[in-house]
Structure formats: C-alpha cells, structure tokens
Design a protein around this ligand. Sequence first.
Ligand code: SF4
Length: 469
Amino acid sequence: MTASPADVANHRPLLTTALLRQFDTPGPRYTSYPTADRFTQTFGPEQATRALAALRGEADAAPLSLYVHVPFCESVCYYCACNKIITKHHDRATSYLDALEQELSLVVAQLGTGRPVSQLHFGGGSPTFLSDPELTRVMTALGSAFRLTPDSEVSIEVDPRTVTPSRLAHLRALGFNRLSFGVQDFDAEVQKAVHRVQSFDSVLILMQSARDLGYRSINADIIYGLPKQTPESFARTVQQLGELRPDRIALYAYAHLPERFKPQRRIAQEDLPHAGDRIAMLAGAIEGFLARDYLYIGMDHFALPGDSLAVARQEGRLQRNFQGYSTQPDCDLVALGVSAIGRIGGCYYQNAKTLPEYEGSLAAGMLPVVRGYTLDDDDLLRRDVIMALMCQGRVEFERIEKAHAVRFGAHFASELERLRVMARSGLVELDDQGIRVTAAGWFLVRAVAMVFDRHLCEAQERRGFSRVI
Ligand code: SF4
C-alpha cells in the first residue's frame, strides 16, 4: 500500500515534528544512484566514447533521452546552487553554441544519425538566455542529428523575466511542448531578498499564453525556506500558484550552504525562517495543493489528475532521472553542454564544469567528459531498490531476487534491521513479500532510500547534501 493522495490528506498529521526531527538528516535527492559526488576522473572521454559506440550496435534502437545545458543567466539569484555563468554579454552564446555543435558531431559520430529521441530537455542556467535565432540554431542542429518520436516530450526551463508571449510562440513553433517556469515565490519582499523580481501578473500572462499556444504541460517551481518567507506569506504564494493552475508543481526546500555556493553568501542568516516555520510552510503547501485537487506524486512533486505524471504515478510507471520524476521508460540519457550529466547503460558521465575546459576539450576534438562512474553489480541492485522506493513506494523482494540473483533478506540483513526502526516510527511496513512506504513515510522517502545507499556509510560524507525536509 503506497500513499494515495487521499491517504496523504488523511494521514498528514502522522508526519509529526518529532518524525521530521528524527529523520530529517542530510541526504541526496536520488536523481541518480550512486549520486554524482561518487563520480571519479577514471571515467573520461575514452570511456564515454566507448559507451556511446556500444549504443550504435543496438538493433532495435531504443529511443534516447537528450539533455542540453545552457549555462548563462543575466543576473544571479542568491539562493542558486546551479552550475551557471552570470553575464549580460549575449554574444558569449555564439562560441558556446559552436562548441555545442562540435560536441553533437562527436556524439553522432559514435551513435550514428537519426537515432530516435523520446524526451528532450533544455535546462540551465537559463536556456531562454538564448535568443530566438540561437534557439532555432540549436534545434536545427539537434533535428539533423536525431529523430524526435511523434509523441516525444520536448521541454524547456523558462525564466519568466526573459520571455514574452511571442517568444513562447517561437518555442512552440520549434517543437517545444512543455514549459517549466521558475516562480520560486510571489512575495515582493522575498523576491527582493533573493534578487529575483518578477510579478505575479507577468507569470499569469505567460501561463495563459502557453495554454493558448497548446503546450501540453506547464510546470512551476516554488521554493520554501527562502529569506523573508513566513508561513503566512508562503501560504499566499501557494494560493496564487494554485489559481494559475499549472499542470505540475515542484516544491523544493531551500538548502542554505553558503560555504559551497557563493551566491548564498548574500543571504543573511537571520532572514531565514527557522525550522518550525519551514515545517509549517511545507505542511501548509501540501494541504493547499491537495485542497486544490493536486495529487501528491512523490518527493517534491504535485500534478493535476489528468497530467501524464499523475497517470504514470497511479499506474506504477514513474521513473526518476536528473530532471526529477519522469513518465518515460528507463532510457539512456545523452547529455550535451558544460557540466551536463548523462547516463548510458550502467555508466554515468559528466562534462567539464567550466567553459574554458569544456571548449578546450572540444577544440582538441575530444568529448568534454571529465568524470563518471561505472556501476558494479551491487550498485545496479541498490539502484533498482532505491528507484523502486522513490518511484513506486514499494519493493517486492521476489522481483529484485529474480532480477539480481540475490536473497534479499540475506543480502540486506543490516538494511532491513534499520528499516525496522523506521517501521516502528510508521514510515514503512515490512513483511515477507516486501517493503511498503506509508503515507507519512512518503514525505520522508529519501530517508528510507538512504538506508540502501552503501556510499553513504560515513556521516561526514553526508554533510554536503541538502536536508530531507
Ligand atoms: S536560479 Fe536559475 S536563473 Fe537564477 S541564477 Fe540560478 S540558474 Fe540562473
């Protein structure tokens, strides 16, 4: 039994402050397993080339997922933890797109042209930093290298400050059918405190235009835990966003790690809401979205009942990748652009994080891959268990035992022992057949998943991650 939205609504009081205190430990978001901090430099251009070349031989040519990273932003948001380059010089995009096309040609040299793609995502930075002709240029290059399947999901992250209804029309004409708006918070004081000012009306007009233009799904990101936020102010943002009715909502917790992320040093510690207020904001947002008929999909995500993410959740078809939850079958992900992370079969790889390094490798005719990871059998087994918990909220021992030739109880004896503690706290249910995440546990699902993460064995290794809540 996993947590249905009704369960969540009915049982939310089970998610007590005491539970949050006990299980709110720093942890990964499991958009991959192992997480990117485990990647090493022993995986480089040669290994990535081999992994791509291996895909060429696949007779049935399974559709790929593609990710394109555009690192530029015009101004910095103080909460930002992304890999980005702040600049007002739009001409910097030209040499970046030259490098991106060079990378594309190296990838296609291994894969062959015309490979089907069922999912294409532009992320950043701010992909809409690119002008309309520049976006046309990238889409034309991708279109001659790959073949988008008729039902493909083509999505882009949109900074409302950089687009107009006519720009959204251009994106639609290029084939984009999904938009993700960075909203974060509508409160003027909070917007000033994070250096990201955008009016409610501008977002309203853009979302309305997007609907008129026939975008299939509109997502909005909001963040709780930002400076100057209060439970009352955040409740207003939740209400305003509910009125805009995006198909999907991603509700993220702000993680204040100024020692790691320089822009966050502009945020005064005393402006941050305290733990009790953060929990109140989270609880209020969950209640607010459920009351407006959104379904709770899983970690951070809500969707309207007709949205494909909600349907996939109900049919047990959810997947998880670097963009969060996904409806696409578990496909290989080819990543393009500075700092982009890809996944091919049992390998993850990441491109250089700085522009000089990225462009330098490509100028030398090499893939700009600087680190990666090849999963061993134990990683593959644990990835299967962790993704089953994160996406379906349950693990069936028999399926895992057949897929990985292990005895679950024997292999995971110590993990099951730790889960029994969580079971006593009401986060999971355990029996001879498997593990089920309860309604209350669904809000702390990554703490449950962390039990199976062998790479998190030492406490100091966990310090760099954001908090579970
Ligand atoms: S939050 Fe987004 S728009 Fe703001 S600086 Fe970071 S990447 Fe750029």
